[in-house]
Design a protein around this ligand. Structure first.
Ligand SMILES: Cc1cc2nc3c(=O)[nH]c(=O)nc-3n(C[C@H](O)[C@H](O)[C@H](O)COP(=O)(O)O)c2cc1C
Length: 414
């Protein structure tokens, strides 16, 4: 099984990650990670930080001649903001010594951020450490670590993609408005990567030009109103074999793990598996996906529809996994929000800092990464081994066994 940890602050020198459990002999070059780090900066409505950062991963261990070794993979990404905003950071967050006498402490929490919760929990007088660790800058390292998991999935024909379906008030109302376009891309491209490649062409990572334009206007208007926006997106995983996850324990349910993968990301406040929210409004006959006979050698029973999003009983069915994330509006607004100075107890409006108007397109790329990690872990639980060739032997043995079962079924029918 895989496990990763991240460390580092948004304005510190760098963010650090360690991924353990990656099998040996997985082809891995820095650009397999850099590609997705660059995609994390996509999207109209980003703030000044997007101009400062040029995220590139430095791999320190666990990889040799572009192949993993089976040992922990240690990675680092430098923060461009450290150089740019240097203004006292090394002193204000110095590892040794005392705080400078003239140091301004941050005592005014911003609503919607971790500032007040973190100050109270860790009993800090100065909220700076809370602001800097709770920042979504951490998602850069998540993308880095999870891109290695994604690389493993790719090796076994499992692909992950995402696209945005709503920004603020503008977007699709029902999945029926986009599923045909999304499924056609999967069909043409042979997997979910085609979804992200098409979405990356749009300023808002949407699969519809007119909707993209409307969202861009909505973002511009919101900026004029000095406000911010949230939205929704969909992550799809194709090539998933049946049997990942399980119903036998609560924490092994794949659907539950997918929701956590989304809601573990800063500002993601809801997630649904398949047509979850929409299904709640419909009668069962329009929701449950009819099962069709397998063709010779087919591993999974095909479904006529996929409202369930590729899981039943917490276990993958072999249909594409579909999970949607819902992001709240960015909490840093140009327009001040009411708050309280915790040093004086007096009301105080927030001050604007560099920030995105919306980060939904970026969040969708982070969600691809966390979903990939979740699926890779369940894939390893079922087929795991110490090296990619060993895992391949397990996958092949499973495929052969199931092809034989399918043939037996055909013989019985005859
Ligand atoms: C990719 C991404 C980028 C973000 N960018 C910003 C930003 O520029 N400004 C901001 O105020 N919040 C931003 N956020 C949201 C905050 O990180 C988040 O709301 C905050 O850490 C509090 O966490 P919570 O909303 O989960 O409680 C971003 C989130 C993500 C996922």
């Amino acid at each position: 099984m895989l496990r990763y940890l991240t460390a580092g602050e948004s304005h510190g020198e760098a963010i650090i990650g360690i991924l353990e459990g990656a099998p040996a002999q997985l082809p891995l070059a820095p650009d397999d990670i850099n590609e997705h780090l660059a995609r994390r900066w996509l999207g109209y409505g980003r703030g000044g930080r997007s101009k400062i950062e040029n995220d590139k991963v430095h791999i320190y261990s666990g990889v040799r001649f572009e192949e993993t070794l089976g040992s922990p993979i240690a990675v680092r990404i430098d923060n461009g903001a450290y150089e740019k905003d240097k203004a006292g950071w090394p002193e204000k967050m110095a590892i040794e010594g005392d705080p400078p006498e003239d140091m301004e402490t941050v005592t005014m929490p911003r609503p919607g951020h971790a500032d007040l919760a973190g100050k109270q929990k860790y009993e800090h007088d100065d909220m700076r450490p809370v602001i800097d660790r709770s920042s979504a800058r951490e998602t850069a390292m998540r993308v880095a670590c999870c891109s290695i998991a994604r690389r493993l999935l790719n090796e076994f024909g499992i692909e992950v993609g995402s696209h945005v379906v709503r920004i603020g008030d503008v977007g699709f109302d029902e999945p029926e408005e986009w599923v045909d376009r999304r499924n056609a891309l999967i069909e043409e491209g042979g997997g979910a990567s085609a979804i992200y490649e098409a979405a990356d062409e749009s300023a808002t990572r949407m699969l519809d030009d007119e909707m993209t334009e409307r969202c861009v206007e909505h973002i511009d208007q919101t900026k004029k109103e000095r406000d911010s926006l949230g939205g929704a997106y969909e992550v799809v995983v194709t090539g998933v074999p049946p049997g990942l996850g399980s119903y036998v324990h609560w924490d092994r349910r794949l659907d539950g793990q997918l929701v956590q993968a989304i809601c573990s990301i800063q500002a993601q406040k809801a997630a649904e598996v398949g047509d979850g929210f929409y299904n709640a409004r419909r009668p069962g006959s329009q929701v449950h996906d009819p099962i069709e006979p397998r063709e010779d050698g087919q591993r999974a029973y095909p479904r006529r529809t996929n409202h369930a999003g590729g899981t039943e009983g917490g276990t993958s069915t072999g249909m594409p996994l579909v999970v949607r994330g819902y992001m709240k509006p960015i909490p840093t607004l140009i327009k001040p929000l009411d708050s309280v100075d915790t040093a004086t107890g007096e009301p105080q409006p927030t001050r604007y800092e560099r920030s995105d108007i919306t980060s939904v397109p970026a969040a969708s790329t982070v969600a691809e990464a966390t979903v990939a990690y979740t699926v890779a872990n369940e894939f390893l639980r079922k087929y795991g081994g110490d090296s990619v060739p060993e895992i391949r032997r397990h996958v092949e043995a499973d495929r052969t066994a199931h092809a034989e079962t399918a043939r037996d079924e055909d013989a019985t029918e005859e």
